[in-house]
Design a protein around this ligand. Structure first.
Ligand code: MLT
Length: 403
């Protein structure tokens, strides 16, 4: 993908509406200004004119994510995500300078037209600026990598310091959908673990060690030597297993709603019972059993779509993947001994209303890690990335920014 120079623009009062927010139509104007600015700093604003062509916008989509106000300085990054013979797609991300929050993302499709308005192949000078033709594959398409004999589905987006997102149970990579969209300054890598989402589901052989080894093989396949590793709940257990087995691959740690202790005898019995339920009635029945404690009490009322998303993720789990994950968690070793030895920067996050890993327990986990930062996400249960996407992305962005 080709990057155009990033541009900083200040929000003016006249671009804002009666409520003081940057108006939605003004966003389009700012994105356009950033594109012309990028040209002005490079080949010159007249680059189209001198080549006898013009870029006609065929489609513009804007995803509004947060407010911007007079005086805010927005950094607008522009990437060519697709280039065909006569058309190209640019992705633009506007980030608030003061706190690194992504306020809007745009996707703009252009067709190169001649003086008579006919679409025409891009002249050589423009090809040099916007990069070579891309294959048909969209950068948003899921990647597939075979590791340790299993094909893993994986979202890979953006450039920068790699961040590996590890999902919990009974979820898949889509639990990170908002953070993948918002954290535009980093290379986001979010796989489905074996047995989950779009990944292959072998009949057996599930363990935390196997999950961790799969992820290291995936990093190898992606050419990533070190990543910030961010795991939620079971993803956190796997993160600690990665630390035990492959510490040299970890640049920094983000542990969310998780614990280091092994299962109690009672929890182990309940894993066996849930595994039997999965075999008898399928993963959806397991999700229904877990749902009452999964989310903050208000989430199902204020955001019923989160309940739907949990059910959809569970429906994509295979039966062997569900049983395998339950038994892998049941049999996991206590990882408490690792915590005082952690030397990489660590952020620990907890949903303030998490009933599965209560915030006081997660705070104690953070206290056992030298120098770890602890943050509570208000109005979130066990699934802050979906329940409070913006607050979660902000906490992650602040930490990543400081690395
Ligand atoms: C998870 O979200 O991954 C689970 O709650 C972990 C667990 O059951 O211990």
């Amino acid at each position: 993908m080709t990057n155009l120079p990033s541009v900083e623009l200040t929000v003016y009062p006249y671009e804002c509406d009666a409520f003081g927010h940057l108006n939605e139509a003004s966003f389009l104007a700012l994105f356009e200004r950033a594109r012309w600015d990028a040209l002005a700093r490079g080949p010159g604003m007249n680059v189209f004119q001198r080549n006898g062509v013009w870029p006609a916008v065929r489609k513009a989509t804007v995803d509004y994510k947060a407010g911007a106000f007079p005086g805010d300085i927005l950094t607008i990054e522009t990437v060519v995500t697709h280039r065909g013979t006569t058309s190209m797609t640019l992705r633009q991300v506007a980030t608030r300078g003061s706190d690194g929050v992504v306020v809007a993302e745009a996707e703009i499709v252009f067709v190169c037209i001649d003086r008579l308005g006919r679409s025409t192949p891009m002249p050589d000078e423009l090809v040099k600026i916007f990069g070579p033709r891309t294959s048909g594959a969209s950068p948003r398409e899921v990647q597939r990598h075979t590791v340790n004999g299993v094909e893993l589905a994986c979202d890979v987006r953006g450039e920068g310091t790699p961040v590996l997102f590890i999902h919990g149970f009974p979820f898949d990579r889509t639990m990170w959908r908002h953070q993948l969209a918002m954290l535009a300054r980093w290379k986001r890598i979010a796989p489905d673990l074996r047995g989950a989402g779009g990944s292959g589901a072998p009949p057996d052989g599930y363990s935390l060690a196997r999950y961790a080894d799969d992820l290291v093989a995936l990093l190898d396949a992606l050419g990533v030597r070190q990543a910030v590793v961010c795991g939620l709940s079971m993803g956190g257990y796997i993160t600690l297993e990665l630390l035990r087995r492959h510490a040299d691959r970890i640049r920094a740690l983000i542990l969310m709603d998780t614990r280091a202790r092994a299962d109690s005898p009672e929890s182990r019995r309940s894993r066996d019972e849930l595994a039997r339920l999965a075999q008898a009635e399928g993963p959806a029945a397991v999700a229904d059993r877990l749902l009452p404690r999964l989310l903050a009490p208000d989430t199902p009322v204020s955001q019923p779509e989160v309940v739907t998303q949990v059910r959809e993720m569970a429906a994509r789990l295979s039966v062997p993947g569900t049983v395998g994950a339950l038994l892998a968690m049941r049999d996991r070793k206590d990882a408490s001994d690792l915590l005082p030895k952690i030397t990489v920067p660590t952020l620990v996050l907890a949903g303030a209303e998490d009933q599965i890993t209560p915030p006081q327990d997660v705070r104690a986990l953070a206290a056992a890690i030298p120098g770890a930062r602890f943050t509570e996400i208000p109005a979130a249960g066990h699934l802050a990335p979906l329940e409070q996407p913006l607050a979660t992305a902000r906490a992650l962005g602040d930490f990543l920014q400081a690395l």
